[in-house]
Structures are given as structure tokens and as C-alpha cells.
Design a protein around this ligand. Structure first.
Ligand SMILES: [Fe+2]
Length: 306
């Protein structure tokens, strides 16, 4: 099993030059594949574990082994102007969500929910948008809209969660982006394996993605393995450039344009413990910057509070 990894244990804010006084410098994605860091240095993931027990089952996975909740944020550096395409996109989706212009403006130009004095990034909590791939081309009748419950505010309002977003933004050094955060659990039993990546090796149409592993419970050591292969002009290649279990507390960033990713199926280690259940809990962060994939759909009726 060949394992190629680049590991750093330094908190990213000190490693990269992002500061509150200067506009950020974007990481050169032409020379970046992936990098794994020890997030347990600045995030106590064990405190997030209980929240995964509350995540509803993902109704769009018919075999019922996946649980998902999501939340949307805008993360922009204070030394750069807002990106007009992001403002326009959010205004349009807010309008389609039945939001008044006044309320919509709160999200677009109101004060941020928090801001980092160290890196200069500021964050706005966005409404509970649906996941929808093609609103840009068909705003009213796009692809299937997938509705998910919001990640608990006890998590999203916590200092550790802010550090995760701040770390993600600082690592890549974007100026302004919409960030989708997904809390995802996959489970398995002795008679039923679980699939972290239903679609096999794939790309998600982002520029870069991060995954923080929160927990692995009662899984065989060789299951739920993260794997990357290189992209070759839009086609998947065969040789694994990363093939390793990512352990709880570790955060990995990768270049979604340069590599295809996969997580192997998960299997129960011991059917006599934990009710015979194995679980893998992860947080996935993906930043959306136009003209990339902007899968933001109107807020489902049940989440409209305006
Ligand atoms: Fe993916």
C-alpha cells in the first residue's frame, strides 16, 4: 500500500501569511494536490461527537446508511471588496426563497456573525439553502433540490467551528466565498457495510475541499480508507497518490480539480460492541466561488422564518 502524504502539524494561520492588515494571497492551486494537518491542535473534535447522534438520516440515500446536516456561510476577507457575482447569486436565491429585499440585504451587507482578528476573515451565517446543482441555468425548475436540517447552532456558533472556517479560508487565501459545511455520518452493521462515497471516485466541481474526521467507532482498521488519484484532463487516472486512513482530529485539504477522491466502504470491527454498529463521522467543507459550481437552491419552506 503506497502512501504519499504531506503532513504539517503547525496551525495554518502561522504557516501562511494571511493577516488582518493585508488582502489574502491565494494559494497557488497549480502546484497543490493535498495536505493533511493535525486539527486536534486547535479543535476539540470530541466535543462535536455527540452532535452527530442528532443528525437526521439522509432521505436521498435509499439504503439508509448516511446521515447529513448542512449549513452555509459566506467567508470574506475584510481587506477585499465583496465579489459582485456572489452578492448577485445570493440576492437571486433569497428572492426565490420568498425573502423580502430588506431581509436579503441583512445577509448581504449586514454585520458579520464573527471576524478573526488574526487572519482578517469575517463570516456571515447564511439561510438554510437547499443543495441544488443547476440553479444558475434554471433557477425555478433546476435539478432535484435536496433539503437538509441545519447543523446545531451549538456547533456553528462555537469558537472551534469558527477556527475551522478561518483555517480553511486562510489555507487557500480566497478573497470571498460561499462555504458549504456538511456534517456527515456513515454507519455499518455486521450484515450491512456503509459507503462514504456512494458515487465511487469522483470530483464535486469545487476548486478545493477539506475533510475533518471527527470519529471512527468500531471500524476495521482497513475500512473507510481515504484515497486520491490524479485527474488527467477531466479523466480519472488509476494510480493512488494517497491511500490512508485519516484518523479523528486530522483535517485534509485537497485540490478538487487535480485529484479524484474516494472513501472505501466501512466495516464493523467487532459485532459484540456498540450494538454491532460501526460509524464514521466527518465534516466536509467546500468553498464556492463564481464561476465554479454554485449549488445553492432556495430555502425549503420548512426553514423559512421570514
Ligand atoms: Fe465528494
Amino acid at each position: 500500500m503506497e502512501v504519499v502524504t504531506q503532513v504539517s502539524t503547525m496551525p495554518l494561520a502561522s504557516k501562511h501569511s494571511t493577516s488582518r492588515d493585508l488582502p489574502p494571497v491565494e494559494l497557488d492551486l497549480s502546484s497543490f494536490l493535498f495536505e493533511s494537518i493535525d486539527a486536534s491542535q486547535f479543535i476539540d473534535v470530541q466535543r462535536w461527537s455527540p452532535f452527530f447522534d442528532m443528525i437526521p438520516i439522509d432521505p436521498y440515500i435509499k439504503d439508509g446508511y448516511r446521515y447529513k446536516s448542512i449549513a452555509w456561510f459566506r467567508v470574506k476577507h475584510t481587506k477585499v471588496a465583496p465579489m459582485a457575482e456572489i452578492d448577485a447569486h445570493l440576492a437571486e436565491v433569497n428572492r426565490l426563497s420568498g425573502m423580502s429585499e430588506e431581509t436579503s440585504r441583512e445577509y448581504l451587507s449586514g454585520p458579520p456573525a464573527w471576524q478573526s482578528d488574526e487572519t482578517g476573515y469575517a463570516c456571515w451565517n447564511l439561510p438554510q439553502y437547499a443543495l441544488q446543482q443547476s440553479i444558475k441555468y434554471n433557477p425555478v425548475h433546476g435539478d432535484l433540490r435536496r433539503e437538509y436540517q441545519r447543523i446545531s447552532e451549538l456547533v456553528t456558533d462555537s469558537a472551534d467551528f469558527h477556527k475551522l472556517l478561518d483555517c480553511y479560508a486562510s489555507f487557500f487565501g480566497w478573497s470571498d466565498a460561499i462555504v458549504l459545511v456538511q456534517f456527515q455520518r456513515v454507519d455499518c452493521f455486521a450484515n450491512r457495510i456503509g459507503f462514504p462515497a456512494v458515487e465511487g471516485f469522483h470530483q464535486d466541481g469545487n476548486r478545493h475541499v477539506g475533510m475533518l474526521v471527527v470519529d471512527r467507532v468500531n471500524l476495521t482498521g482497513d475500512s473507510g480508507v481515504s484515497q486520491y488519484v490524479l485527474d488527467d484532463h477531466g479523466k480519472k487516472t488509476d494510480d493512488l497518490v494517497f491511500n490512508s486512513v485519516i484518523h479523528p482530529g486530522r483535517l485534509i485539504f485537497w485540490n478538487d480539480k487535480r485529484v479524484w477522491h474516494y472513501g472505501t466502504e466501512i466495516k464493523v470491527a467487532d459485532s459484540s460492541v456498540n450494538g454491532g454498529r460501526g460509524i464514521r463521522d466527518v465534516v466536509i467543507v467546500s468553498a464556492k466561488t463564481p464561476p465554479a459550481n454554485m449549488p445553492v437552491g432556495p430555502v425549503p419552506n420548512s426553514y423559512r422564518n421570514w
